[in-house]
Design a protein. Structure first.
Length: 151
């Protein structure tokens, strides 16, 4: 987002007065939401990778909660990107020539690809966690069944 702001200043690509105040507010909100998404993402990462000495099902529950935090961070990231798309669209609609517009569109496309990669990684981790849970559940059920056979 800051890179596009610098580009807009360098290319003297200003918004009209009627949209400048709104763009400032949206930019401030987007920045705060992005910082929140970053903080929640770091908390999710620390929460998942700092496993306590616990039973495997306890570790899985911790992993599951970490995935929920990661999903929340990804949702906030998408909200931030929606704000960026809106601001970029405002600039493109009102005064854009193709050579000047290529840079912000490319940067925005890179940001969207990065968000998509984060979402796909969360999906992959969630599927792996579900597979691990199925294995652990079978192991526990098998252990319970063997104890019942001995009794």
């Amino acid at each position: 987002m800051k890179g596009r702001g610098w580009w807009y200043e360098a290319s003297h690509w200003a918004l009209s007065d009627q949209f400048a105040a709104m763009a400032g507010q949206v930019g401030t909100i987007a920045r705060g939401v992005f910082l929140s998404a970053f903080a929640i993402g770091v908390i999710a990462w620390v929460y998942v990778y700092r496993f306590p000495d616990a039973a495997p099902l306890g570790i899985y529950k911790r992993f599951k909660r970490g995935i929920v935090l990661a999903i929340a961070a990804a949702a906030l990231l998408l909200f931030t990107l929606a704000g960026d798309v809106g601001l970029t669209t405002l600039r493109l609609i009102h005064s854009a020539t193709l050579p000047v517009a290529i840079v912000p569109i490319t940067v925005l496309a890179i940001e969207l690809c990065g968000a998509l990669m984060v979402i796909l990684q969360i999906r992959r981790a969630r599927r792996a966690g579900a597979a691990i849970h199925r294995l652990l559940t079978r192991e526990v059920e098998g252990h319970i069944a063997s104890l019942a056979d001995k009794a």
